[in-house]
Ligand binder design. Structure first.
Ligand SMILES: NC(=O)C1=CN([C@@H]2O[C@H](COP(=O)(O)OP(=O)(O)OC[C@H]3O[C@@H](n4cnc5c(N)ncnc54)[C@H](OP(=O)(O)O)[C@@H]3O)[C@@H](O)[C@H]2O)C=CC1
Ligand SMILES: N[C@@H](CC=O)C(=O)O
Length: 419
């Protein structure tokens, strides 16, 4: 490319004025990476935060407590939404679009709960919403799904979609730290959500999966339709079982296509030491894309934390300087895909003696034994049943290594004519 051509394309990039909502872990991370990135054509004009009594590391003049100061400022082109309140975040995003502003957000809960509406608002107001930082932190997965894999026949996406739980599992498993200490450290490091039950119960990776499903398969699914089983019930005996057998335990989010159905769920799984996800430790995330022709491709990177997430947000801001927007390409490809949870999976279930779980609950019972007052049963069982059990006290649910995942046959409706 000639220097002249290069200059011409460079000058096409707009200089953006940003209104930032939130100045916590990610907001401050963004401020830092923006400050340290020469050449980015964007500057923060105003920052809206919530608590008036907090000391801030920047001049007071930059801050406001009134969202209108940003949303109604005609000088601001882009609203960067980095707050920890999904409901307030949706109001901000909606108003920003209505007021003709582009949006960058990292709020996966808000996105998962409103993705279809946000898609429609973008069409209605002609302004983009970008959210690379919302799905697996610094891993550039959404834009890859949209652009690189735009016409690819993707059959599955799976991986480690939550940094906090991967950090906790690493510390508990490798360093034999207590679950409570590891969680506290994940909070101190800024990885955990303000409500950490979203992480440890598997909601946060589910929200990310919901967003990924839209860009992988072109299907909008509501988070409540997707089953999530967390790591909060994993017992010392489960850890011992994993160690004795040379397995790791990872919280896996996965979605895949079989014929005209998309399946998706989040659950912990025993992982063999030769599996590519075994070596993904601490707050790192990994996304494995399964494509019909390219086959498997693995993306690994930091899934949580101030600077890694800030860098993903910065990349979205940079993309807005050249008017990038998601086209939701998979949505516009002809398909009749439907989301369903009707799946039989192979799992290890541990529970206290006396719990109402029996061999007959399994579609295919494989083995069972008792140890240290706990019962273990292994077999093939419906995902719905596993989810139900995972909510019971003292029950641990972990998928088998290389677990078989079998779509359930639709029960043919039979009618009998009343005589
Ligand atoms: N932490 C991480 O690694 C990652 C986080 N995310 C997502 O990024 C978002 C922010 O997370 P994080 O930075 O960790 O959260 P923090 O808790 O560190 O910061 C939240 C910020 O939001 C502000 N805030 C809350 N409610 C409002 C409101 N109604 N109006 C204005 N400001 C408000 C708070 O204000 P005040 O300072 O006054 O308290 C604070 O500055 C969340 O959606 C999270 O899920 C995404 C990827 C990674
Ligand atoms: N709490 C989340 C933060 C990033 O999305 C995580 O731990 O992954």
């Amino acid at each position: 490319m000639s220097a002249e051509k290069n200059n011409t394309s460079h000058t096409k990039h707009r200089h953006l004025k940003l209104g930032l909502f939130g100045f916590g872990c990610v907001g401050q991370g963004l401020y830092h990476v923006l400050d340290e990135t020469p050449g980015i054509k964007a500057e923060i004009k105003r920052i809206c935060v919530k608590h008036k009594n907090k000391t801030r590391p920047l001049s007071e003049d930059l801050f406001t407590f009134s969202k209108e100061d940003i949303l109604n400022d005609p000088d601001i082109d882009v609203v960067v939404e980095l707050i920890d309140d999904a409901k307030a975040a949706f109001d901000i995003v909606k108003t920003a679009l209505q007021n003709g502003k582009a949006v960058v957000t990292a709020n996966k809960k808000m996105l998962a709960e409103h993705l279809e509406e946000i898609y429609q608002l973008q069409q209605q107001y002609g302004k983009p919403v970008l959210y690379e930082g919302a799905v697996c932190g610094a891993i550039p997965i959404i834009r890859n799904l949209e652009e690189y894999y735009d016409n690819d026949l993707l059959t599955g996406i799976e991986g480690i979609f939550n940094g906090s739980t991967n950090y906790i599992l690493t510390k508990v498993f490798e360093e034999r730290k207590s679950y409570g200490d590891a969680l506290q450290k994940a909070q101190e490091l800024g990885f955990a959500e303000s409500d950490p039950s979203l992480d440890v119960k598997g909601f946060d990776p589910k929200f990310k999966l919901v967003v990924a499903i839209a860009h992988t398969f072109g299907v909008f699914v509501k988070p409540e339709e997707v089953i999530n089983i967390g790591i909060d019930r994993i017992s010392d005996l489960d850890l011992k079982f994993a160690r004795d057998n040379g397995y790791g335990i990872k919280l896996i989010a996965r979605a895949f296509k079989v014929e005209n159905k998309v399946f998706g769920f989040v659950a912990p799984q025993f992982i063999e030491s030769t599996h590519p996800l075994y070596a993904v430790r601490n707050e790192y995330n990994a996304v494995q894309v399964q494509s019909a022709f390219a086959e498997q491709q693995l993306f690994v990177g930091k899934g949580a934390g101030s600077y890694p997430t800030g860098s993903a947000v910065l990349s979205d801001i940079s993309a807005l300087t050249y008017d990038y927007q998601y086209e939701y390409k998979k949505l516009h490809q002809p398909h009749d895909l439907k989301f369903t949870n009707r799946l039989t999976v192979e799992a290890f279930v541990s529970f206290d003696e006396g719990t109402a779980i029996s061999m007959s609950d399994f579609e295919q019972f494989q083995s069972g034994y008792a140890s240290h007052g706990k019962q273990y049963m292994v077999g093939k069982v419906s995902l719905e049943k596993l989810q139900e059990w995972s909510g019971w006290d003292g029950v641990g649910v972990i998928l088998a290594p290389n677990a078989t995942l079998t779509p359930q046959k639709e029960v043919a409706k039979s009618f009998s004519l009343a005589s």
